[in-house]
Design a protein around this ligand. Structure first.
Ligand code: GDP
Ligand code: MG
Length: 181
């Protein structure tokens, strides 16, 4: 069978300090560093992004920190900003996964029920609790997003999306599977 490579632009957005840089470093380099430099002038809160940043993206990851409820509250603004500035060619929203990061920490300031409800109400393809630190659900989350982007890439009808929690207790996936990019 012929194999092909695809290149996708994936946005990673969310408030400052939620783990965006860590996520990219974990996924791309399989590393975790406790001492990332805080970007000077970096945004701790929601501010709308320029359209140029969103241009030609195929998918999006919106992250918050489970120990910081304000980072969770900002996710609705991040999602609205995204959907108002970029859509797929056919006009539907970009597939976007919600990551409840730092699940290794406690106490959580956000309940599972409120994340579930928020994910469904705001058109996410689903949500997962992740720990970039412990490498929990990172490959699973990105593989799930890649699957959705592949569906759009091949221009076939999109499956039903209920925005619910994604079950990842499927052992069939290879441990180090990486979607692409
Ligand atoms: P960004 O501002 O969103 O890019 O966040 P960073 O990637 O710079 O991470 C902010 C801080 O959170 C850093 O000290 C990271 O080491 C830490 N961090 C990121 N992900 C996790 C996680 O899953 N668990 C824990 N305990 N700390 C994390
Ligand atoms: Mg960063």
């Amino acid at each position: 069978m012929e194999s092909r490579d695809y290149l996708f632009k994936v946005l990673v957005i969310g408030n400052g300090h939620v783990g965006k840089t860590s996520l990219v470093d974990r996924y791309v380099n399989d590393k975790f560093n406790k001492h990332y430099k805080i970007t000077v002038g970096g945004q701790e809160r929601f501010t709308s992004m320029t359209r140029i940043y969103y241009k030609e993206a195929s998918g999006c990851i919106i992250m918050f920190d489970v120990t910081d409820s304000s980072s969770f509250r900002s996710c609705s603004s991040w999602k609205e900003d995204l959907d108002s500035k970029v859509t797929l060619a056919g006009g539907s929203p970009l597939p976007c996964i919600l990551l409840a990061n730092k699940c290794d920490l406690s106490p959580w300031e956000v309940s599972h029920a409120s994340i579930e409800q928020f994910s469904k109400a705001n058109g996410f393809i689903g949500w997962m609790e992740t720990s970039v630190k412990d490498n929990k659900n990172i490959n699973e989350a990105i593989s799930f997003l890649v699957e959705k982007m592949m569906v759009n890439r091949q221009d076939v009808p999109r499956p039903e999306q209920d925005g619910g929690r994604i079950q990842v207790d499927c052992p069939a996936k290879e441990a180090n599977q990486k979607g692409c990019c």
